[in-house]
Design a protein around this ligand. Sequence first.
Ligand code: C2E
Ligand code: MG
Ligand code: MG
Ligand code: MG
Length: 287
Amino acid sequence: RAKTEGKGTYRFFEASMGAQIRERRSIEHDLRSAIANNELGLAYQPQAQVDTGEVNGFEVLLRWKHPTRGDVSPALFIPIAEESGLILKIGEWVMREACREAASWKRPLTVAVNVSALQLTSDGFVEFVQATLEQTNLPAKRLEIEITETALIRDPNRALVSLQRLKEIGVNIAMDDFGTGYSSLSNLRAFPFDKIKIDRSFIQAVHANPQAAAIVRAVLGLGRGLGLPVIAEGVETSEELRFLGLEGCTEAQGYLFGRPAPIMEFMQLISDNIMVLPKPLIRAVGD
Ligand code: C2E
Ligand code: MG
Ligand code: MG
Ligand code: MG
């Protein structure tokens, strides 16, 4: 009996695997024409000063509006774009759009662009970034690239060379999702990072879980020790912000300050230097 059940389970597993593979192939196929069909767009999310609520810049997040599926999550299509190599073309599109957009702003805010392993280690990536900065007239210091630790593991030597050259031309480099990868501490020393982004899983557990709070404190201490600014991602509540403020975290990003949205929604904020948070909340942070 157990044997037939096992077999049935296996067949079911096999069938659902087949469906999953077909699903991935279909997404990959449609992604190929997504740029040409104008289905890709960018959402911008503010990164703000914890004590004043002032906006320092924006992270750029890719959005895909599929003609029949509707909005497809980057968590689903980015890995497919990476495995198929499509991320190279898509990533170039993102970089150009983001630099062009940032160059048009009335104030010199930063723009943070996510870059995957394949892009970072591909031939000509640094030259491409340099050319894009020149073509769009965006000063290199206003561009930040976000790299995850997994991006470094793939080809650490090539990644290091690219990052060093990007740093030489003046681009800032942030380590994304810090705390979720492998050997985080040695990576911080081996690669030329300018900033640490604490992964949102720690921020969101800060009140329910003392271990998460301890990790956030430790990362903030690490940042101070290494002289690297730390930004907290995924801040959703004023309690989380208050905790971060008291622990000395200076910069934050999350739904509390604003959800990723079309840049049009932030135009007034960009030109007028208005705060993203209501004043009483900001005062509560510093007491
Ligand atoms: P990420 O770079 O760590 O981006 C942060 C993710 O957290 C975004 O998800 C953002 O929408 C979400 N987020 C921000 N604040 C909050 C919050 O307060 N609460 C919650 N629950 N979530 C929040 P998104 O847009 O779905 O992107 C997922 C991932 O896809 C990104 O993680 C990044 O790794 C990747 N990605 C997005 N755009 C690009 C891109 O242009 N290029 C590459 N290579 N990867 C990208
Ligand atoms: Mg990011
Ligand atoms: Mg992140
Ligand atoms: Mg992430």
